[in-house]
Design a protein around this ligand. Structure first.
Ligand code: ADP
Ligand code: MG
Length: 670
């Protein structure tokens, strides 16, 4: 006996008769044989016919039946990518998007990133050749900003729909809407065997295609008494299985990286102590931030005589299928975002998972043979302490950022947005009120300038200068109160201001001010010496922090252009392309409306008068002045806004040199 009696966990089975455990038959099969052996394969033709016939189809199938890896390949084989059209498949989890794309590339014998690619936060592994694109639901949401009708896609698969993440829920509303005016777009909503009727109902009674599962019986065991320390209980249970049960791999569900690492360490250490008294135990973690080469290890077949134990987050519940699992250990917890509407605080907390989750987890044990699931809680707790299903994320989140995102997509009427489960009315109203208080929405609930800033931040992602753009956006939001110009020290103040001037324009000057302030350690003294208003700077810093949080939410990576100002000016152009002015006789003319405007005398470009400018805002005092201007190259406009500008509009009307001066001098303006 290796484990001491008191270390053993007492499990009780609720089943009357426990079917004998049959061993997994791990045959060596070729990749194509494996594809043909998946439960979905016999339904290939029927499925394609159903997709042909219906614009929107709900697809239900047991985890591991082949929905995620096979359906996009079937569609490709059936011609859905002709003419360079793409098939997009969303995943709520980054790890799943990467891992599944890698698998499909392998099945198709192509290099990942070519025909098959993935796009996740911080990483775009696609190319012009990519026709099967796996991505996080958040990334597809972002694509609506640049391509509101998703015109380059022939099929969108919203996978793992049952997860009901916030992003997936918003996608439901948006995709349902665009499907109306894009009859050629096919929409597939794929889900584990959960909730499919609700999806069908939401999508105007779309038919449900069911892929019958292959599932072996799973014996469920509960603990007799609640476990005080579920981490320790997991470790003991794994060892108990290892020494008492027949071959087969083990899957343990924990809530996050820290727990998983702790559990793996404990297991490894105890195995080391037991030494050769036990068979080899391979301990493998899997969680979102694990490097991808480590993630791939969980799929390696277990060597004969050894046993594999995979310690995973929820990711292994339905998103990833690991072959060979016979035993599941389920402590019954998961990490969930929770929102306190009263305090406005959002937090990640460990909570009991739902019964639906627990049943999905147990199901992982019965994929290849009859299995066993050890629940580290009592049968009573399962019945009485767990919720039936998981509450959709939209009902437990701070909606502020969601509102901003939807508004920037042009959706103003949020109260009537087609949510599958509308967020509580008061949460929505509170979010709108908060945004109004922040100045992000006006009294009509429309986005104000701050929104332009958001769009600008979103677009800047492409130019790899979000670090600088964040600062500029924050500074612009307080821009009229940064420089201090006391009447009795005008000369000093103007000199101090001149010291911040850098080539390119006012946005870069603001960036320079902030950067120097940061280098001073956000010093008050520094502000005083440089005629900068400390309070405005502090506010800019707060806004910057907020924007940074938003960027995280919309999955924009914070990167710096490393001193190159061209990407920054391009990003400004991308965000504000409709604020373009061209030098003409006697002043500037806005490009679209031919309105006469002037550079504000406070601008760093007042003297320089470049040919093409982007302005942040127009203010009318003695004339129409452009405040905060930046010099651009007219060619960039075609690059960033080809839908808005025609090259003819951007031709210089005369090749004559423009006058270097315009308007009146500072003094004349007062
Ligand atoms: P579903 O989406 O229906 O849950 P998948 O398409 O993800 O199913 O998986 C189908 C099968 O493909 C799995 O049962 C597994 O055998 C195999 N598979 C998927 N991903 C991988 C991977 N990364 N490595 C090895 N096998 C995989
Ligand atoms: Mg899947």
């Amino acid at each position: 006996l290796i484990l001491e009696e008191e270390e053993m966990i007492d499990f009780v089975s609720t089943d009357q008769e426990a079917p004998a455990l049959s061993q997994a038959e791990l045959k060596k099969q070729s990749m194509q044989e494996v594809r043909r052996s998946l439960p979905i394969f016999p339904y290939r033709e029927d499925l394609l016919a159903a997709i042909q016939e219906h614009q929107i189809l709900v697809i239900e199938g047991e985890t591991g039946s082949g929905k995620t890896t096979q359906i996009p390949q079937y569609l490709l084989e059936d011609g859905y990518t002709k003419g360079g059209m793409k098939i997009g498949c969303t995943q709520p989890r980054r790890v799943a998007a990467m891992s599944v794309a890698a698998r499909v590339a392998q099945e198709m014998s192509v290099k990942l990133g070519n025909e098959v690619g993935y796009s996740i936060r911080f990483e775009d592994c696609t190319s012009e050749r990519t026709v099967l694109k796996y991505m996080t639901d958040g990334m597809l949401l972002r694509e609506f900003l640049t391509e509101p009708d998703l015109a380059s896609y022939s099929v969108i698969i919203i996978d793992e729909a049952h997860e009901r993440t916030l992003h997936t829920d918003i996608l439901f509303g948006l995709i349902k809407d665009i499907a109306r005016f894009r009859p050629d777009l096919k929409v597939l909503v794929a889900s584990a065997t959960l909730d499919t009727e609700r999806f069908s109902c939401f999508f105007d009674d779309a038919p449900v295609f069911r892929i019958p599962g292959r599932r072996f019986p799973v014996d469920i065991f509960y603990t007799k008494a609640p476990e005080a320390d579920y981490l320790e209980a997991c470790v003991v249970s794994v060892l108990q299985i290892h020494v008492t049960q027949s071959p087969g791999d083990v899957l343990v569900f924990l809530t996050g990286q820290e727990e998983i690492e702790a559990c793996c360490e404990l297991l490894q250490e105890r195995c080391r102590r037991l030494g050769s008294k036990i068979a080899e135990l391979l301990v493998l973690p899997i969680y979102a931030n694990l490097p991808s080469d480590m993630q791939a290890k969980i799929f390696n077949p277990t060597p004969p005589g050894a046993r594999k134990v995979v310690v995973a987050t929820n990711i292994a519940e339905t998103s990833l299928t690991i072959d060979g699992i016979i035993y599941v250990i389920d402590p019954g917890f998961c990490k969930q975002k929770s929102y306190n509407a009263r305090t406005g605080m959002e937090s990640l907390i460990v909570t009991p998972c739902s019964r639906a989750s627990a049943n999905q987890r147990a199901g992982r044990a019965g994929r290849v043979a009859a299995g066993k699931c050890f629940r580290l809680y009592t049968a009573w707790a399962f019945k009485h302490e767990m919720e039936e299903t998981t509450v959709p994320e939209i009902q437990r989140t701070n909606l502020g950022n969601v509102v901003l995102l939807l508004k920037s997509l042009g959706i103003n009427d949020l109260i009537h947005f087609d949510f599958m489960d509308p967020p509580p009315h008061e949460t929505l109203v509170l979010a709108l009120e908060q945004l109004y208080a922040l100045g992000a929405l006006n009294h009509l609930g429309e986005l104000t300038k701050l929104d332009l800033i958001n769009i600008f931040i979103i677009t800047c992602d492409k130019y790899k200068c979000s670090e600088e753009v964040l600062t500029i956006a924050a500074m612009l939001s307080v821009n009229n109160s940064i420089f201090y110009r006391p009447k009795d020290k005008v000369v000093h103040a103007d000199n101090a201001r001149m010291n911040f001037v850098v080539p390119g324009g006012d946005h870069l000057v603001l960036l320079n001010v902030y950067t120097q302030w940061l280098e001073s350690g956000f010093s008050t003294q520094w502000c005083y010496e440089n005629f900068i208003q400390f309070r405005s700077m502090r506010r800019a810093r707060d806004v910057r922090d907020q924007l940074e949080g938003l960027m995280d939410r919309i999955e924009v990576e914070v990167v710096s252009s490393q001193g190159d100002n061209v990407p920054i000016r391009k990003a400004v152009t991308a965000g504000y392309f409709y604020h373009t002015a061209r030098l003409s006789k006697g002043g500037y003319k806005t490009v679209k409306h031919q309105q006469t405007v002037y550079v504000h005398p406070n601008s760093s470009l007042f003297e320089e008068q470049p040919r093409w400018l982007i302005y942040h805002e127009l203010v009318f005092t003695t004339k129409e002045f452009m405040r905060q201007v930046i010099e651009i190259d007219s060619g960039w406009l075609l690059e960033v806004a080809p839908h808005y500008y025609k090259s003819k509009e951007l031709e210089d009307s005369s090749s004559k040199k423009m006058p270097r001066k315009q308007g009146k001098t500072k003094e004349e303006l007062g």
